[in-house]
Design a protein around this ligand. Structure first.
Ligand SMILES: [Mg+2]
Length: 173
């Protein structure tokens, strides 16, 4: 069950203490796209998101969109937010995580993944040993594939709750 447990759990990408991450040696932030940065099935990019990404880059982070979505969708956000991006990331598989480390020369202590799904973002990040940050999904709407994993995720969350290691809405960092 620990493989699903995030290192940090926050309400949204706006409540994460990024300065603390910097102090802990995190240099590169991998952001999930759907339901982490933006609702699925839209192309909206809010000013709030743009401002956050500008401030993160100013703080000195390398910011990368790291999404299982297709290239055309990821590309749109990559342009709007002016960051690097990986599409078809195939989280929770390790391949593209390792590609990022190879492409940029980061080691596991310098990377964090921020996402809304235990089964993809958190499991994938924990598997290779980087810092994992769970946020609540922006929208209740999910892609079809995410609807299935969301049910499994609820079961895992309930199990973690029973074991007193995680409770929905009890944020920590
Ligand atoms: Mg997501």
């Amino acid at each position: 069950m620990e493989k699903f447990l995030p290192d940090i759990y926050q309400k949204s990408i706006y409540t994460i203490d990024y300065s603390k991450l910097l102090n802990h040696g995190i240099k590169c932030l991998l952001f999930d796209l759907d339901n982490t940065i933006a609702p699925p099935n839209t192309r909206q990019v809010s000013q709030k998101t743009k401002d956050l990404f500008i401030s993160l880059k100013q703080k000195g982070f390398k910011v990368i969109i790291f999404s299982n979505s297709l290239k055309f969708r990821v590309k749109h956000y990559q342009k709007q937010l002016d960051v690097d991006a990986y599409s078809n990331a195939r989280k929770p598989f390790s391949g593209k995580f390792q590609k990022v480390m190879k492409d940029y020369g980061y080691n596991i202590t310098e990377l964090a993944i921020i996402g809304d799904q235990l089964l993809t973002d958190i499991k994938g990040g924990n598997k290779i040993g980087i810092t994992t940050i769970l946020v609540n999904p922006i929208s209740k709407k999910d892609h079809i594939y995410a609807k299935i994993t969301r049910k499994i995720e609820n079961r895992i969350m309930n199990k973690m709750h029973e074991n007193n290691i995680f409770s929905k809405g009890k944020y920590y960092d």
